[in-house]
Structure formats: structure tokens, C-alpha cells
Design a protein around this ligand. Structure first.
Ligand code: OGA
Ligand code: NI
Length: 333
């Protein structure tokens, strides 16, 4: 029986296997999630397989303006591949010593234990792995060697997710009245970040990820069957329902800038739960570091002037307070 399968409450075999939340995992009152809201069923789940492009575009734009988030189904990433990828990460997080130095001395991934994150002495209730993904063929040579299927499965997953990203960005461009092809050079997944959030004895005190915006163009997330992602909507946190085999898509800061504010990059965070381990696999489609991000010319008019200054993506990442605390360590060139 693996560590992911151990029910909470056996106390002592790992950092999260505790009766009470240790004080260095309890956030100060203002950050605590407190009572958790019920799952929100109003966040749209958009069927990409079963409607006209015009209909899908309408749904995507509406959700992107209202929530900054939507879910997609019939998205082209097979259930089997989603399951395989989930299992590879489950196995990865079970490995007791996750040391990123490997036999040829070359690796590009970072494993973060729960204590790696430290804000005023408080840790997040999660473990994490991150690595770059583009160009895929080069990057994958430096990913984890264990589990042995890691490189094979994760690269296949990212190839499929990049295709989906391209499709979604193409639809968004059409919807904004822009020529397709705007994002052709930059619609690859640049960064992968996977999280393991173990069961927590008191979810009202802890967080899996602090509130943040994604500094991406778009983010494509697989959260499996366990909810935990919350999105800020009209001053309240709403919990994104877990729809099996759907993918969650959100608008990042760079697409908000590019769309001159028409699409919203919305704040979100991750809460924990007391019964099940949650695994999330997050693929960030980002501009390249040397890309200058600015509102699309076609969306800037005298009546609707540019709301954002052109910014080198690299500088945005360095300067932006909006970056949050969880991706900072990995925005490398
Ligand atoms: C992120 C993020 C959500 C999740 O990695 O930026 O918001 O459910 N993840 O893990
Ligand atoms: Ni995020």
C-alpha cells in the first residue's frame, strides 16, 4: 500500500500524518480559509466536441469575462492519458528521497517539500515539482528518471495539452476579432507544476496555495476528482467542482494584457480537505522571456485606449507582485 493510499489519522509516518495541524502550517487569521463554501456549479463546463465554433467561442469569452475560468470536456486529451499522467505523479510523490541530481549531473526540475515554502514561518500543505517543458525534446532529457515512465508519459501529456492550448487560444483570438495565428509561436506549455495536497486534519487553518494570479497566457489544470481550487468571484471564494476527466482553463495576466482587459485574470487559491489526497497537474502556457507583452493593436482605439504598458515578459515576472509566491522559483530562461 503506497503512501498516497494511507488514510489520514495513522499518525507519524509522514509530515502530514498528524492528529492536529502543527502551528507552522496554520496561517494567520486573515489568510485562513475558515468555513469552506460548497462547490459552485455555475462555473461553465464547455463541451469542445459538440457545438459549433461560434457557440464555443461565445461560451469561452463569456466565462473568461465573468469568471476568468472555465472547464472543458471532449478536449482531445484521452481519459487514459489523464489517468496515466496522474498515476506517474502519484508514484513520483511516493518516492521517499526526491533528489533532482541525477547520474549525468544534469537536471532541470525542482522538488519542493512542504517546508520549502515559508512565509513568516508558515508552510503550505503540499509538495510540489516544477520543470521547464519547451523545447520538449531537450527539456525532457533532464526530467526525473523515476518513475521510469515519467518522461514518456509526461511528454505525451504535454504535447496533447499544447495542442489543446493552441485550439483554445485560436478560438479566443477569433472571438476577439483578431487574426488566428497570433499565438502560434508561443502556445507551447513552458512550465509544468504538479502538486500533491495530502489530507489535512483541519482544512480551516491551512492552504495548499496562497491567493495569486497566474502570470501565464493561459493555464490548463487537471485536478482529477478531488475539489480544492477556489476562485474569487464578486468578493467571495467559490470552489471549482471536480468534473472527472475535464480540464480547468484560466486566463493568465498576459492574456488579460493582450486582450486589453477584455478577458480577466482572476485570483485563485487552493484549500485542503480532511479525507483525500488531491493531485493537481498544472501546465502554464507562457510567453518567452524576451517577448514584449502589450495589448493587441486591433483592440486599441481612441475610445478604448491601451490599459497596459508594453512590458518585457522577463521584467513582468521579476517586478510583478501579482506573481504570487508559488511560481517565482521557476521562471527561468
Ligand atoms: C497554480 C494553481 C491550482 C491547483 O499552480 O498556479 O493555481 O489546483 N494550482 O493546484
Ligand atoms: Ni494558479
Amino acid at each position: 500500500m503506497g503512501r498516497m493510499d494511507i488514510p489520514a489519522g495513522k499518525y507519524g509516518s509522514s509530515w502530514f500524518d498528524v492528529e492536529n495541524v502543527p502551528t507552522n502550517y496554520a496561517f494567520p487569521e486573515k489568510d485562513r480559509p475558515g468555513e469552506l463554501p460548497p462547490v459552485c456549479h455555475t462555473l461553465p463546463v464547455i463541451d469542445l466536441g459538440n457545438a459549433s465554433d461560434a457557440d464555443i467561442i461565445n461560451q469561452i469569452l463569456k466565462a473568461s469575462q465573468e469568471f476568468g475560468f472555465f472547464q472543458v470536456m471532449n478536449h482531445g486529451v484521452s481519459d487514459k492519458l489523464l489517468g496515466d499522467t496522474t498515476n506517474v505523479f502519484k508514484d513520483f510523490f511516493k518516492i521517499p528521497e526526491k533528489d533532482s541530481s541525477n547520474s549525468c549531473g544534469k537536471s532541470n526540475w525542482v522538488y519542493a517539500s512542504s517546508t520549502s515554502f515559508n512565509r513568516d514561518g508558515v508552510h503550505l500543505w503540499r509538495e510540489n515539482i516544477k520543470h521547464p517543458c519547451n523545447p520538449l525534446k531537450d527539456c525532457m532529457q533532464q526530467w526525473p528518471e523515476n518513475p521510469t515512465r515519467y518522461r514518456d508519459v509526461v511528454s505525451t501529456y504535454l504535447t496533447e495539452v499544447s495542442k489543446l492550448g493552441k485550439t483554445i487560444l485560436g478560438l479566443i483570438c477569433k472571438g476577439l476579432g483578431l487574426e488566428g495565428g497570433y499565438f502560434d509561436g508561443i502556445s507551447e506549455v513552458e512550465l509544468l507544476s504538479a502538486n500533491m495536497y495530502p489530507p489535512c486534519p483541519d482544512p480551516s487553518l491551512t492552504l495548499g496555495i496562497l491567493r495569486h494570479h497566474d502570470p501565464s497566457i493561459i493555464t490548463i489544470l487537471h485536478q482529477g476528482t478531488v475539489p480544492g481550487l477556489q476562485v474569487m468571484k464578486d468578493g467571495n471564494w467559490i470552489t471549482v467542482g471536480a468534473v472527472a476527466n475535464a480540464l480547468v482553463v484560466n486566463i493568465g495576466n498576459q492574456l488579460e494584457i493582450f486582450s486589453n482587459g477584455m478577458l480577466k485574470s482572476v485570483e485563485h487559491r487552493v484549500v485542503t480537505n480532511s479525507s483525500e489526497t488531491r493531485l493537481s497537474i498544472t501546465a502554464f502556457i507562457n510567453p518567452s522571456p524576451s517577448c514584449i507583452v502589450e495589448p493587441a493593436q486591433a483592440l486599441v482605439t481612441e475610445l478604448n485606449p491601451a490599459r497596459f504598458k508594453p512590458t518585457l515578459y522577463k521584467e513582468f515576472i521579476c517586478k510583478s507582485g501579482a506573481l504570487g509566491t508559488h511560481t517565482k522559483d521557476l521562471q527561468r530562461e
